[in-house]
Design a protein around this ligand. Structure first.
Ligand code: MG
Length: 313
């Protein structure tokens, strides 16, 4: 494996909590609370935030307020709000909401794709090969998630070549960024580096790649470091570790944004994010949801605050 030396000086943290996090919560969070969470995430310095999905309300009731939410978000020239679009109707709604960036989803494994999207991989890919050029013609940026890249909860191992073939087709269709999704937290660092290397060997550029790790088995930070060492500079993360995947048994916990920011900043890799403000956004999310979040830095920060309170009491 060819490792990048020195490490990238700066990375881009792509925040997924308002979409990937909240869609997996049983509670439906009010549109006002979502808007406030997003405003706090922006205030922490995050510049790419996936705010919702333009999916049919009956599929994911938690995100049925997509258009209203987007209309409430403060406009910042340097902030990119992103929305998932599952199909042409979703893209139409994203266009009406004046989204500038959209995300698409399909899986590298057949069974997960079928359970998640109710289509074969081939059908999903054909749909995206029609949808992506339309989004590009409208001037949107498009990032395409490939789920189950590092393992499938139903099928087990997934061939890296399956991901390569999908990535090549999606890039030819015009997508700007391929997101390598470790949907159920099965990846290990060696596997991450081998996957990235395979893509680079076939002409995919580092700036066309992002990684989306889950901490289901405690390997998300190790995988993020492995990706960084390959020269990857876009990392998905979710404040407090909010979220998982409702169609993947045992998939709990996106990589927590605070954990990622803390580790990278400590290593001298700039994220542009103020860790204290990010941690406060995590506490806000926790208060709104009424449950403790799993992120390690989040828990450490909450514990420090409690201890400080005890001392002053
Ligand atoms: Mg996720």
């Amino acid at each position: 494996m060819r490792l990048t030396s020195p490490l990238p000086a700066a990375v881009r943290v792509y925040e997924v909590s308002p979409r990937d996090g909240l869609q997996n919560e049983s509670a439906v969070v009010s549109t006002e609370h979502k808007a406030e969470l997003i405003a706090r995430l922006v205030a922490s310095g995050l510049r790419d935030i996936e705010v919702t999905s333009f999916v049919r309300a009956r599929w994911i009731p938690q995100l049925s307020d997509a258009a209203e939410l987007v209309a409430m978000l403060p406009a910042h020239d340097d902030v990119n709000y992103w929305g998932l679009v599952p199909n042409p109707v979703g893209l139409e709604r994203a266009l009406e909401a004046r989204m500038r960036g959209v995300g698409t989803v399909l899986s590298a494994s057949e069974t997960h794709n079928k359970k998640n999207l109710n289509r074969t991989v081939r059908e999903s890919l054909a749909g995206l090969e029609e949808l992506i050029p339309v989004a590009k013609d409208e001037g949107m940026r498009v990032r395409s998630y490939i789920s189950t890249v590092f393992g499938c909860p139903y099928e087990g191992d997934v061939a890296p070549e399956a991901t390569l073939a999908l990535a090549e087709r999606l890039l030819v269709a015009g997508c700007d960024e391929i997101v390598l999704g470790d949907t159920v937290g099965m990846a290990n660092p060696v596997q991450v580096q081998a996957m990235v290397q395979l893509l680079l060997d076939h002409g995919v550029r580092l700036d066309q790649l992002a990684v989306h790790f889950h901490d289901t088995r405690g390997t998300a930070l190790a995988n993020a470091l492995a990706a960084l060492q390959c020269g990857i500079t876009t990392f998905d993360a979710s404040v407090g570790g909010l979220g998982g995947c409702p169609y993947a048994p045992g998939a709990a916990g996106n990589l927590a944004s605070e954990d990622l920011v803390h580790m990278f900043e400590a290593m001298g890799v700039r994220t542009g994010v103020d860790l204290d403000r990010l941690a406060e956004a995590g506490h806000f999310a926790e208060r709104v949801l009424g449950r403790e979040l799993s992120g390690r830095f989040h828990q450490f920060h909450a514990g420090s605050a409690r201890r400080a309170q005890t001392r002053t009491a």
